[in-house]
Design a protein around this ligand. Structure first.
Ligand SMILES: [Mg+2]
Length: 508
């Protein structure tokens, strides 16, 4: 052992510190904060299940969903010639808006303006977008538009885009099945998707082979154990049915030892079939899944179905500000849970991991685009001011003549000076064109690196996306996985950066 005062190599100490604390996560696994959270102050942490504790293998789930839905779609009159092949389904992204009337899929910026859009799978240029959306802003609340709020919805959007293409090329076939407009096509896709979730046809396949569809996360039991050992209470609040939740959680938390006797022992309260978002506004009792008995006061270590937030809040015996709820659905988990009682909220944004990795890999080009945009702004301001100055001088010359140091400027002197300034304006304009071309070229490359159809989940054109705006407005924090809570130190306060959402602008 070294004597006090002697110094160990800093790197060795850092390694030792990491191995003991395991608190150093790569930036794609950090918890990002919109509103300060004092983690020491949090007494209870609640978790949603699907896409929160349970991460899905999206490609497998999409394949399964499409297989199941297609049977129903054909029964509902979809033409036999309409198919979606494996691997064709990489189009949809969370945060998009479906225009069921026009057969368009749109990405909006933070102000609700249409940034880019596709008719089916065909990109719409700015002229076409301007014609269809003359007011530019889209009121997503209207029955015409449907918001893509969860990763569960991606298959139906992929399906709709492809169906619109097929509809345009084969109207007679669709007409024979009773389809005369895009809205009918969208509505049937939605109906069949909902039916597939409700009639158990999707979930039965997942229950039969859960490891094919669910991604195991070794940090998940460690994270729950860390929270428990810090004295925090934990609850599960999922819309999934008890049989389904059990299969998923057995796979995810099948850890023996450390005092755990099965997945149930990781939780203090367990609520399944919760019917969020009405769980947060209703007053349904909690039904003991085993005995069928109803109660207003759910006990620990019993699995309940139904229930409501008011009664759960009472048994949690904590101030709402001490309860953190973690979920992936912006409305059903985040907006609603915080509305009545003011629970703190963390939004799971799985896409953050690839988004941050892309930003890191492309950081040189992203910085170049930002620097060129700043230069373009400066140059365009200079050009505008020079033109304004020249026009003002022209007017003065015509009205009363121009004076310099008390002497009247001759027309020939003025013309010579004016010509120099005009040359300078022309040079700057040319420079602006070069910068414009370069910015557009680089911005396109960067955008394609994030997603060839839609760019970054968090950006749209020069501003943040509607999704980023929602995450910023409603969620106290956001992170890529529930297990990332493992990387928060027990007494850490997570501080929000001033201003916009971290992933809107700053490079990680
Ligand atoms: Mg969920």
């Amino acid at each position: 052992m070294k004597a006090p005062g002697s110094s160990a190599a800093p790197e060795t100490l850092a390694h030792l510190f990491r191995s003991l604390g395991n608190l150093y996560a790569p930036s794609e696994r950090l918890v990002y904060v919109n509103r300060d959270i004092d983690f020491n102050h949090i007494k209870v942490v609640g978790f949603d299940l699907d896409y929160t504790l349970a991460r899905y293998c999206q490609a497998e789930l999409e394949d399964l969903t499409l297989t199941v839905i297609f049977e129903k779609l054909y029964q509902a009159g979809f033409p036999e010639g309409f198919q979606l092949d494996r691997g064709e389904s990489d189009f949809a992204m969370r945060g998009l808006v479906v225009d069921r009337q026009e057969g368009n899929i749109l990405k909006l910026d933070r102000h609700g303006y249409v940034g880019r859009g596709y008719h089916g799978l065909q990109p719409l240029n700015s002229r076409e977008l301007g014609r269809t959306y003359p007011e530019q802003r889209v009121g997503v609340e209207k029955a015409r538009f449907s918001s893509v709020d969860t990763l569960f919805s991606l298959p139906e959007v992929n399906l709709f885009a492809k169906a619109v293409e097929h509809f345009d090329a084969n109207m007679d076939d669709w007409g024979a099945g009773g389809f005369t407009d895009y809205a009918q096509v969208w509505d049937i896709i939605r109906t069949c998707t909902n039916a597939s979730h409700q009639d158990d046809s999707i979930k039965a396949s997942i229950r039969a082979d859960p490891s094919r569809y669910i991604v195991r996360d070794p940090d998940l039991p460690a994270m729950l154990h860390r929270l428990r050992s810090l004295g925090k209470k934990i609850f599960l609040l999922t819309n999934s049915e008890p049989e389904y939740a059990q299969v998923l959680l057995e796979l995810l938390l099948n850890e023996a030892g450390r005092g755990y006797t099965g997945w149930e022992s990781f939780f203090d309260w367990i609520v399944v079939s919760a019917r969020k978002p009405s769980f947060f506004t209703g007053s349904d009792p909690f039904i003991d899944v085993e005995s069928g008995k109803a109660t207003r006061s759910p006990k620990r270590n019993v699995v309940y179905a139904g229930g409501n937030q008011t009664d759960l809040q009472k048994v949690l015996k904590s101030h709402p500000d001490q309860i953190l709820f973690v979920g992936d659905h912006i409305y059903d988990d985040v907006v609603k849970s915080k509305k009545n009682f003011g629970w703190r909220t963390a939004l799971i944004v799985e896409e953050l991991e690839t988004d941050i990795t892309t930003r890191r890999n492309w950081s040189v080009m992203i910085e170049e685009v930002e620097a060129l945009r700043a230069l373009r702004q400066k140059l365009s301001r200079e050009v505008a001011r020079m033109k304004f100055g020249l026009n003002a001088m022209d007017r003065s010359l015509q009205d009363e003549g121009l004076r310099l140091d008390g002497r009247l400027v001759t027309n020939s002197d003025y013309d010579a000076g004016r010509a120099v300034l005009l040359t300078e304006v022309a040079r700057k304009r040319k420079e602006l064109q070069v910068i414009d071309r370069r910015v557009n070229q680089l911005a396109r490359k960067v955008s394609d690196a994030f997603n060839p159809y839609w760019g970054s989940l968090f950006w749209e054109t020069h501003d943040t996306s509607r999704f980023a705006q929602q995450a910023e407005t409603f969620a106290c924090a956001y992170t890529s996985r529930a297990s990332n809570l493992l990387f928060i130190a027990p007494e850490e306060t997570l501080f929000a950066g001033a201003g916009k959402l971290a992933h809107s602008w700053r490079l990680p």
